[in-house]
Ligand binder design. Structure first.
Ligand code: ATP
Length: 276
């Protein structure tokens, strides 16, 4: 049994406050894109085992695929031997949600195997226990995420754009980016509601593409503002960082311009994608 595990970008990411536990509250538009890992689930072996094409991705209980399988079997009091093979194409620690998407793909495959719906509230509970972004990947498409990312509303697909992803080897961990964010005085405008309004009216959404974490991540990854500028200079209608970085994306209305930009951008990783 095989599944694609698609990456996401955040078209907007407003930080709206903090909850009583100190977690940052978000209002963010998550969009699934065509770049994908491949997750294969086979019965056999002894317990849960994992293989991966990248040597630096853990293949033990630290892997979110492992956690997903383990939590699923526990929640439904099931037992079984499963081998998960993971082909990674989504860059790791890049703000593209790769690990969370892989975990959601494992949950989808296990739901298929055991005849359960991915909308079953127990499956959703397992997803949320693995990571805040996992429930989004069970839904996919375009979603408004609120709270700590767990309150999701599906939206119609955003058509008419080609996405160019670009990143360097620079990385910053999500907690480090949030710490840097907390240390910055100025806070940015909220754009998620304006984006949604433009989307509803069929108007241009690109003025509302934004991310409150970009300035903080740029302190740790100086390539972020440089790649944004390169994408805009190469004709992107909007360019922004995804999640806590360091991947930057460009939105292009003109698909040919997007392909030419991807050829000319000077960076380690670059990929042309579309919305799912
Ligand atoms: P997010 O955008 O949700 O913050 P990310 O895209 O920045 O996530 P991931 O690629 O999901 O980051 O990986 C983050 C960490 O999780 C890495 O340190 C990695 O070792 C670990 N990890 C666990 N499972 C996986 C997996 N299936 N694929 C990639 N990394 C994984």
């Amino acid at each position: 049994m095989k599944a694609n595990a698609y990456a996401k970008i955040n078209l907007t990411l407003d930080i709206t406050g903090r909850d009583e536990r100190g977690y940052h509250l978000l209002s963010s538009l998550f969009a699934e894109i065509s770049l994908a890992d491949t997750v294969t689930l086979e019965e056999g072996g002894n317990g849960i085992s994992l293989s991966c094409n990248l040597p630096y991705v853990p293949v033990d209980e630290r892997n979110l695929c492992y956690k997903a399988a383990q939590s699923f079997l526990r929640e439904f009091s099931l037992s079984g031997d499963f081998h998960i093979d993971l082909i990674k194409r989504i860059p790791v620690c890049a703000g593209l949600g790769g690990g969370s998407s892989d975990a959601a793909a494992v949950l989808r495959l296990l739901c298929d195997r055991f005849g359960l719906s991915t909308e079953d509230e127990r499956v959703l509970r397992v997803a949320a226990s693995i990571g805040a972004d996992v429930p989004f990947f069970l839904k996919g498409g375009l979603c408004l995420a609120e709270g700590i990312g767990e309150r999701l509303s599906s939206l119609p697909k955003l058509d008419g754009y080609t996405v160019v992803l670009a990143k360097t080897a620079e990385r910053a961990s999500t907690p480090d980016v949030y710490r840097a964010y907390d240390g910055l005085p100025q806070k940015k405008a909220f754009t998620t509601l304006s984006f949604l309004e433009a989307l509803r009216k069929g108007e241009d959404v690109t003025p509302y593409v934004s991310n409150h974490l970009t300035d903080a991540a740029s302190l740790l990854c100086p390539s972020v503002p440089l790649l944004k500028k390169q994408l805009l200079d190469l004709g992107a209608d909007a360019a922004e960082m995804s999640g806590s970085g360091s991947t930057v994306f460009g939105l292009f209305r003109d698909a040919e311009k997007a392909k030419t930009a991807a050829k000319n951008i000077n960076t380690q990783f670059c990929e042309v994608c579309h919305f799912m």
